[in-house]
Structure formats: C-alpha cells, structure tokens
Design a protein around this ligand. Structure first.
Ligand code: APR
Ligand code: PHB
Length: 389
C-alpha cells in the first residue's frame, strides 16, 4: 500500500491530523495498536483552550463540543481556607471549554468513519523504516499477516511509550525530564460538580482538584504517594480526604457517590528535541509530557497538529518544504512555554516533601501575591487559556 502520510497512533494527535489531512485531500492512514474501545476507555483531562476548540471546528468536529461543552470564564484557587477566583475572561478576553478528551476522541473517530478514512486498529508491532531517506516505510502485522505501507512522511503520534521516538538514533535526540515525587489519585463519579468552575486546592495535606466532565459528572483528584495502593482507597476514604482539603463551605456542598473510575497517575515533565528526524515527525505525547496541573497535554497536542497539518498542506500545494523545516522549532517554542507553566502550577499547588518549612512559606507568599495582584493573576490567566499559536 502507498499513502502520502502514515500516522502511527489514534489518540487525539493522530486522529486530528488524519481529519485535517482528509479535509485537505491528502491521503493518510492511521495505524493503532489497540482497539477503538480501548482507546475510548482511557480517561484523561477535559479542558480545551480556545485555540484547540477552533482547530476542532476547522476539522469539522465542533458540533457536539459546542452543544455539550461547558464554557468557563474562570478558575478558582483554594488556600488558607478560602476560595479566590481567577477571572480568565476578564484578564484575557478568552475562555476555556470543559469537554472530555474521551469525547474529542469519539467525535474524531466518528468523523473518520463517516468519511471512510483508512484506520487499522489492533495493528501489531508497527515499525518505521527509512525516514532518513526519501521513501520511508511502516511495517505492521494484522491478524497474523505482515503489511508494508510506503509513504512520503511518517507522523509519530504514538504517545509517550510509542515506537517512533524510540526508533530515532540516540545521537540524534536529546531528552529533558523531571519526575515528581507524588501522583494524582483520580475519581470519576456521576454526581453534580461541587462548584460552577474548577477548584485547584493548595492544602497542608496535599493538592486537590475539583473538576468535571458535565453538569452531572465530576472528576476529582488528590495528591498521593507514587506507590499509593488503590485498594486502600475505598470511596468513603477518598471523599473524607477530599473534604479535609477543601474549605469548609465547599466541603459542605460536596455531593458524593460511587466512583465509576479510580486510578493513580504519575506526574512527569518531558521534552524530546528535535521533533523532526528526516521524514519522521513527532507530535503530542510522543514528543512531550506535561504534569496535568495546567491541563495542557491535549492542548499541546492540538498546537503541534496545527503546525504539522498546515506545513503538510503547504508542502503538497507548493512543493516547498520551508514550513516542514520550521515545524520542530515552532512546536518547541510553544511546548517549552507550556512546560514552564505546568511546572510552575505544579510547584505552586503541591506539597513537596523536600521543600521544608521555608519552601512552604514561599509557596504561600506566591499564593498571597496572586490573590492581591491583578497583573500576577493576568499572567496565570494568559497561560491557562493558552498562548497564541
Ligand atoms: N503502534 C501503533 N499505535 C501505537 C503504538 C504503536 N507501536 N504505540 C502507541 N500507540 C498508540 C496508543 O495506543 C495510543 O492510542 O498511540 C496512541 C497515542 O495516543 P495518546 O497517548 O493519547 O497521545 P496523543 O494522541 O499525543 O494525545 C495527547 O493525550 O495522553 C494525553 O495528556 C495527553 O491529552 C494529551 C493527549
Ligand atoms: C480533569 O478534568 O481531568 C482535569 C482538569 C484540569 C486539570 C487536570 C485535569 O488541570
């Protein structure tokens, strides 16, 4: 088989790229090692920057997002026993939209199926070849049969553990990493959210986050140990601990119910440079990871795909590769901005065992500074709603 672009991975990066290329008349195939149901079963963040919403509109998958997504003009910080609002819209003129990544993925899968676009699920042992030359190839196995796809370009949209980044010679790639000494214990429940907007909590017992998927489905997180045993967290213990970390007025409002999902996720900052190796381009989690505190993971995947899709469309229209040549630098400039912001928000809100009393005083001084300074809040807001593409 021959296509113009072979896309490895059907997460949001691969599916969004596939859809934008399809609309531009560029022939692509998506190869995914898991089943569609498995991909849809992964629970991830749910905050979309305006830029990501505009890109999903451009991809023709904005209808349900606009009908069901909840537009938020602010977030709340809770510390010292009280909530303080950050007026995102007032500071920036922009909003964020609450719409789960699972729903974004479902909309993109549906659009792909409706367009009759080629997707191979349960494609085993994908491998990438010849991307340093002019005729790259991807090989994979499906139902015991080996397949080979010839292409012009390979899009490595295969996430942090994918094969694409690992196929690049060590000498050609540099990685930067910080692993945080704690995780997030997350619970999804069919209960109404405790507040209209998201609440990020700094508390002596550890960070907490009150988020949501809809007006009837909540998502809550607690900072926990990296080796936390989920079995030790029956629902009641989770709700009790969350109440302890909230201010008392909010704790009184909390509606609890059975957890429909419960999991521990580690926090990591990671960047691979560059993001392009000959005819192999990395995008999304394959190239970078942010801790979830600023909800930037999916949004960074979207900006990568914006740069990559416009570069490919320009290449096929003009025959010139200047946009493709600029891809890695353009992405990385924005990636590092989001890395900085996610690291900063993580540092501001979590308990770090190594910080000690001095570190805690500094953290509290920074929170007080935010509470008292409109320019400080504007800086948080500008980053939270997303820096321009
Ligand atoms: N062959 C085929 N598919 C693969 C391979 C492989 N060897 N390795 C991984 N994949 C698939 C995974 O099964 C997954 O479906 O690639 C996909 C990668 O998807 P994501 O991990 O969701 O990455 P991405 O599309 O870049 O999405 C970024 O997802 O993880 C969140 O925080 C992140 O919100 C951000 C978004
Ligand atoms: C979520 O709803 O899962 C979520 C929201 C905001 C974050 C992280 C996760 O910063």
């Amino acid at each position: 088989m021959r296509v113009q672009v072979a896309i490895i991975g059907s997460g949001p990066s691969g599916l969004l790229l596939g859809q934008l290329l399809h609309l531009a008349g560029i022939d692509a195939i998506v190869l995914e090692q898991r089943s569609a149901d498995y991909v849809l079963g992964r629970i991830r963040a749910g905050v979309l920057e305006q830029g990501a919403v505009e890109l999903l509109d451009r991809a023709g998958v904005g209808a349900r997002l606009h009908a069901e997504g909840i537009v938020h003009g602010g977030i709340e910080l809770c510390f010292g026993g009280a909530r303080r609002r950050i007026d995102l819209h007032g500071a920036t003129g922009k909003n964020v939209t609450i719409y789960g990544q699972t729903e974004v993925t479902r909309d993109l899968m549906d659009a792909r199926a409706a367009a009759g676009a080629k997707t191979v699920y349960e494609a085993e042992d994908a491998s990438v070849h010849g991307f340093d030359g002019r005729q790259p190839k991807v090989r994979y196995r499906k139902d015991g049969i080996e397949h080979e796809v010839e292409c012009d370009f390979i899009a490595g949209c295969d996430g942090f553990h994918g094969v694409c980044r690992q196929s690049v010679p060590q000498a050609a790639i540099r990685t930067f990493e910080r692993v945080y000494p704690f995780g997030w214990l997350g619970v999804l429940s069919d209960t109404p959210p405790v507040a209209e907007e998201l609440i990020y909590v700094n508390h002596a017992r550890g960070f907490a986050l009150c988020s949501m998927r809809s007006r009837s489905r909540s998502r809550y997180y607690l900072q926990c140990a990296l080796d936390e045993n989920i079995e030790a967290w029956p629902d009641e213990r989770f709700w009790d601990e969350l109440r302890l970390r909230l201010d008392s007025a909010t704790a009184d409002q909390l509606v609890t119910g059975p957890a429909i999902e419960k999991s521990v996720a580690p926090l990591r900052s990671f960047v691979a440079e560059p993001m392009r190796f000959g005819r192999l381009f990395l995008a999304g989690d394959a190239a970078h990871i942010v801790p979830p505190t600023g909800a930037k993971g999916l949004n960074l995947a979207a900006s990568d795909i914006h740069y990559f899709s416009t570069a490919l469309i320009d290449y096929y229209a003009s025959g010139k590769s200047a946009e493709l040549d600029a891809y890695s630098d353009r992405c990385l400039r924005r990636v590092w901005q989001a890395e900085r912001f996610s690291w900063w928000m993580t540092s501001l809100l979590h308990r770090f065992p190594e910080n000690g009393p001095f570190g805690e005083k500094i953290q509290r001084a920074e929170l007080d500074y935010l509470a008292g300074s409109a320019p400080a809040r504007a800086s948080l807001a500008e980053n939270y709603v997303g820096l321009p593409y």
